[in-house]
Design a protein around this ligand. Structure first.
Ligand code: AVJ
Length: 323
């Protein structure tokens, strides 16, 4: 069997395996309790996230795809020919495919992803369909500064692609840090293409994180299932509930896991007490106006060159260059 995927060279920066036990013990010792949203994503969590994207209330994915389909030729023209496309996270397929198919002679596709298996799976799917685009998978934590490998053919410009409103998971100060790092990695002549969910009627936003079928609730509580399996904890999942509310002051969805009763949870011989109603903060999903995102970007030494949106202005794709 011959396959383009077999020739793909992995650029392994050997990201330090995250210390899940240390992290979880520390987060549950805080007041209020807090756990990182990265612990949603075991195999089941990733499947549940894909199902969230299909729920009628979760407009983000549909709106982002719609705006891309509508504006692809403009997007490709803005990026220009012979780009090195660097993606933060491994391309979940369809959006990345759309871009690669419409870009003008891209020199290489470089997903940066901490999970070696997710990284290689995504590249293998793309390699056979795009034999003329060099696949340069980088195993690394994209939140840390990285030295990008050099493609065989020299790029005219480096473009960092960060779709899906993942930027919304970062608090403002962290988001600025990440944008500054993007500016470093893309260079003076580079650009970034960032998917950003827009502020809108809070009822629409809240329902996206509280779908009627309960998929988001299952996704949220799966974090406890994941921690039980990975760390031998004894969370009684039925004793907790998902709660996602839009905070109008901070303009973000704040997702919590609430304890339904007074209870204790044990991890590695340590006990963590929960009062009835006590919660664990597990995720922020920040929403931006065009103005508030432009301000954020400005703090990172970037400026917004173009914004594409879907017809209902639910979601935006922001094209950023050095200020
Ligand atoms: C993948 C981070 C963009 O915040 O909307 C979806 C994750 N959480 N439903 C988001 C998520 C609950 C999602 N991001």
């Amino acid at each position: 069997m011959t396959s383009a995927a077999l020739d793909v060279q992995l650029h392994d920066l050997q990201p330090s395996a995250d210390d899940m036990l240390g992290d979880v013990l520390e987060g549950l010792s805080r007041q209020p309790k807090q756990l990182s949203s990265k612990y949603f994503y075991d195999a089941r969590g990733s499947r549940l996230f894909e199902r969230i994207c299909e729920q009628p209330e979760y407009y983000l994915t549909r709106a982002e795809l719609a705006l891309m389909r509508e504006h692809l030729s403009q997007i490709a023209d803005a990026l220009g020919p012979e780009v090195l496309l660097v993606e933060y996270g491994s391309g979940s397929g369809i959006k990345t495919r759309l871009l690669l198919e419409h870009l003008h002679a891209p020199v290489a596709y470089m997903p940066v992803e901490i999970s070696r298996s997710a990284l290689m799976a995504s590249v293998e799917r793309l390699a056979d369909d795009h034999p003329s685009i060099q696949m340069l998978p980088v195993c690394a934590d994209f939140t840390q500064p990285i030295e990008l490998p050099i493609p065989d053919r020299k790029q005219r410009r480096t473009v960092i692609y960060f779709p899906g409103s993942t930027i919304g998971n970062f608090e403002a100060s962290q988001a600025v840090r990440l944008l500054r790092q993007m500016r470093e990695e893309m260079g003076e002549n580079g650009a970034a293409l960032v998917g950003v969910d827009l502020l809108k009627d809070p009822a629409i936003i809240e329902s996206a994180y509280n779908d009627a079928a309960g998929v988001t609730a299952a996704f949220t509580l799966n974090m406890l299932v994941h921690i039980n399996r990975e760390l031998g904890a004894d969370f009684d999942v039925d004793g907790f509930a998902h709660r996602a509310r839009f905070n109008p002051q901070t303009e973000r969805i704040e997702t919590h896991i609430d304890s339904l009763r007074k209870q204790d949870v044990h991890i590695e011989g340590r006990a963590f007490h929960f009062d009835a109603g006590e919660s664990i903060l597990v995720e922020y999903s920040c929403k931006y106006s065009r103005e508030s995102f432009a301000r954020l970007v400005g703090e990172a030494g970037l400026r917004v060159e173009r914004v594409w949106t879907d017809p209902d202005e639910l979601f935006s794709l922001q094209y950023l260059v050095a200020a």
